[in-house]
Structure formats: C-alpha cells, structure tokens
Design a binder for this molecule. Structure first.
Ligand SMILES: [Zn+2]
Ligand SMILES: [Zn+2]
Length: 323
C-alpha cells in the first residue's frame, strides 16, 4: 500500500514484554481530525441516522441462523462449512483484506474474478467500502477517526458501527480518499456495481439447490444453514478481529495501537487473529510471524503462488528475537 494511503506504523519493533497489558489510549484524543472522523464516531449513530437496510439484513440472517438447528441436514451443513471457509478465508481474508486493501500480492485475472466472486457472496460489503474502511482503520487505529475501535465501546467495535447511515457523498469522499486506485480497476468496479445482485443470486441459487435436494424442508435447510448461519459465523469471526484483537491477547510488536495476537480469533478468522503482527507489518502477506502462529489463509496464498495464480507475493517476516 502506498504511503499516502496508510500512514506507516511509527514503531514496529519487537516487543520486549509481549503479553503485558498497555495503557489504553482515548479513542477521541489523539490527533487533529478529518471531516470524516465524525461520520465514524458513535455519536453519529442516532435513530434518524440508522442504516435500516444493513440492520434489517443482519437481523434477518441472525434470525435464520437461530432457526438453522431446527432444519438440520447433512448436505446443508457440509455445504455451509465449505462456504464458510471459502467466503471467510478466500473471500474476506485473502481477497478483500490482503489482496485489495493491502496489495500484498497480485492475482491473475481468472483468479481475481474467482476470489472477488466469493468476496461478494460473503456479504461483508462492496469492495470499495470494505477496502476504504479498512485502510482508514489502519491509518487511525485506536485513535480519533478509527471506524471501529473498542475504545469507543466493545459493542460499537463489534457490530454497532455498521448501523450508521452515511450519505452517498460521504461514502464517495472516503472511498476516493482511501481507495482511489480501485476506481481504475474495471473488475473491482464490476463487483462494486453488482454487489447486491451477487448476494441475491446466491440466496436464490442455494434455495433452489436445497429444494432440488430435499423439497421444501431442503430449501429451508439450505437457506438457514448455507446462507444465514455460515454468513453469521463469518461475520462474527471478522468482527472479533475488530473488537477482541484490540482488547485481548499478546503483542509481538510495539505499535501505536492496541492490536493483539489472539489464538482463538486466528482459528475462527483463518489467520487474521494475529492482528498485532498485521498492524506492525500490514503490507506483507503472512500474518503468523512465529512458528506456532498458524495462518490458514497464508497457506492458500502459497498454494496459489505455487500454481502460478498469485505472484509478486510480499513476504519478509522480520527476524524474531526469541525469548
Ligand atoms: Zn486492527
Ligand atoms: Zn489490514
């Protein structure tokens, strides 16, 4: 990522006391603000300013996920598991995060299309929205303007920040500022324009497959398991990266934010839980920097590189001073 997009972490040296809890910064007190700081502040969430589309959609998939146990079928459960891995690891961690937001590697065009397809059906927003918001998070992490710092509230960082309605002009301002080069990429803009249709088409397709497999029960089983439940599990896995890994865990590096490495989020989010490593060195592809920090998404990137589908992969994990 170019330096004008994301300010580099001022310090990224290995920490001498990795698990020591550090003083908590005030999220509202660090720097002179940008106009968009207030758009991502909890005070901006008011009844007249709720993003009802997002709220109703998220409420709907959570209701579907709660109903899933009553409509269990092995076909739906196995399909949900595969889709959870594909959308969360390939779509979000590999696609939206390390590929689009941080440009840690390049993909061939067919691979890019496949990756961005599963990114879209993850249901975590359009490519511009995800990438721009994430770059904003890196620039202002745990300081004024961070879109989802837990130091503005745990629930705010986990989910509430998603319910703020921002005008198209406000979104455009932030997208142009933080993801300007994505506007020049036709394939990214194709997914930007068609994002909602991918979500709708996926739901209808899964419903149809379920009906073909098991009639009405099968259709409901597939809808609740492969659409709602797998989406909800992926949502909370991603959201724990925003909330839990800025609160709990150990630190390998001194960074200006409160990012931490948290093993259970690393499992749920396919490597993204090694979040302190990532904040210290955001542009490299692997997130696990010690031998035990298993990073499932990095394994897929290496596989793609081996097959010739990914190239110019940025590695360069810094030398560790063990102990
Ligand atoms: Zn973070
Ligand atoms: Zn990142």
């Amino acid at each position: 990522m170019s330096s004008q997009l994301i300010a580099p972490p001022p310090t990224s040296r290995p920490s001498s006391a990795p698990s020591q809890r550090r003083p908590v910064p005030k999220a509202n007190s660090a720097r002179k603000g940008d106009p968009w700081d207030e758009w991502y502040h909890p005070d901006y969430l008011k009844w007249k300013n709720v993003d009802w589309v997002t709220l109703v959609f998220l409420a709907g998939v959570h209701a579907g996920a709660l109903a899933a146990p009553f409509f269990f079928s092995w076909a739906a459960a196995i399909t949900a598991g595969v889709l959870y891995w594909a959308t969360a690891s390939i779509g979000i961690c590999l696609g939206y995060h390390r590929y689009l937001s941080h440009r840690s590697f390049k993909l061939t065009k067919p691979a890019e299309f496949c990756v961005l397809s599963v990114s879209a059906i993850a249901g975590e927003g359009s490519p511009l929205a995800w990438s721009a918001t994430h770059r904003l998070h890196h620039q202002k992490s745990d300081h004024t303007g961070d879109p989802h710092s837990p130091f503005n509230g745990n629930w705010w960082s986990h989910i509430l920040w998603l319910f703020v309605n921002r005008t198209p002009e406000q979104c455009e301002t932030v997208f142009r500022k933080y993801a300007p080069e994505l506007y020049d990429r036709p394939m990214v803009m194709f997914f930007e324009r068609t994002y909602g249709r991918w979500l709708l088409a996926t739901g209808l397709t899964l419903l149809g497959i379920g009906y073909a497999v098991g009639g009405v029960f099968g259709a409901i089983s597939f809808l609740t398991w492969t659409y709602c439940l797998r989406m909800v599990v992926a949502y909370h896995s991603t959201w724990f990266v925003n909330s839990a890994t800025h609160l709990w865990g150990y630190r390998n590096y001194e960074t200006r934010d409160q990012s931490r490495n948290l093993w259970w989020v690393a499992i749920l989010a396919f490597g993204e839980g090694w979040h302190n490593n990532h904040h210290a060195h955001p542009s490299i592809a692997p997130s696990g920097h010690r031998w035990w920090e298993f990073d499932a998404t990095w394994c897929v990137i290496k596989l793609l590189r081996f097959c010739g589908l990914a190239y110019d992969v940025k590695t360069g994990i810094p030398e560790r001073q063990e102990g």
